[in-house]
Design a protein around this ligand. Structure first.
Ligand code: MG
Length: 258
């Protein structure tokens, strides 16, 4: 059995358009899911909005850079049709809307989506909204960009921080310490049992991304029960948690044909 916590990546993005309220509501309907991950950027008028790519092409019917559009312009876009006609007209949500939806139900891993030049003030704007909803204890700020984490620490020291990385540099612990991080969000191919244990022993929580195969979820789960698993497919995580082990498949494949 798999007992590890699941983090629904961009909401239940396997079934609904990523980073939309539809994807977040679907994740919220799954009783055993209590964490989601979302990506946040700023509109040109400084409002935190929830979208992954720096440009609009892939997930909306707009084009150009997110940060060159006002909130009003972003709100007119369709961020659902690319996934399915079922989600036609689903808008880009603001962080405020997502916090409202999640409050009292889901905890949020909020990725500060930026690079070295973009979005000075992103962490401050995001922290302000989190505080307005009184959700400081229900969120963790994550980023690939140390500068964004330092800004987060400056403006909201009490909110947890996590470094996102897809490698294991020799100075990893130092990097975590420099940003005051208590979470490491790391590419799933980078971990093994000893590494996960060594991080947890030092008080660093570990989340691996992005794991969509049941077999791999179980392999990672067997490394440590506290390893968090980030997935586009929380439905598969549920199956991995509830169904017998894969090696016992003959017992259940008679009635579940996959
Ligand atoms: Mg992300």
């Amino acid at each position: 059995m798999l007992n590890n916590k699941c983090v629904a990546h961009r909401g239940f993005s396997g079934a609904a358009p990523e980073n939309t309220l539809a994807a977040i509501r679907l994740a919220a309907k799954m009783n055993d899911i209590d964490w989601i991950e979302i990506d946040v950027q700023l509109s040109s008028d400084g409002v935190p909005v929830v979208i992954h790519d720096f440009t609009l092409q892939r997930t909306t019917n707009g084009s150009g850079a997110v940060h060159q559009h006002t909130l009003q312009q972003l709100k007119q876009l369709d961020a659902g049709s690319w996934k399915s006609r079922l989600f036609k007209g689903e808008p880009i949500p603001t962080l405020d809307e997502v916090l409202q939806e999640a409050k009292g139900r889901l905890r949020l891993n909020i990725e500060l989506k930026t690079n070295a030049e973009l979005y000075a003030g992103l962490a401050a704007a995001v922290a302000h909204q989190v505080k307005q909803h009184g959700m400081e204890r229900d969120v963790v700020f994550t980023s690939f960009v140390p500068q964004a984490l330092l800004e987060a620490r400056e403006t909201a020291p009490a909110i947890r921080r996590g470094l996102i990385i897809d490698s294991r540099p020799a100075d990893l612990l130092q990097r975590l310490e420099d940003c005051g991080c208590s979470l490491l969000s790391i590419g799933q191919g980078r971990v093994d049992t000893a590494f996960v244990r060594s991080m947890l022993d030092r008080g660093i929580d570990v989340m691996v991304w992005t794991v969509d195969q049941i077999r791999r979820m179980r392999e990672l789960g067997s490394m440590h029960p506290d390893l968090m698993i980030c997935t586009n497919r929380p439905d598969r995580w549920l199956l991995a948690s509830k169904l017998p082990e894969v090696r016992e498949r003959p017992l259940w494949r008679r009635w579940l044909r996959f």
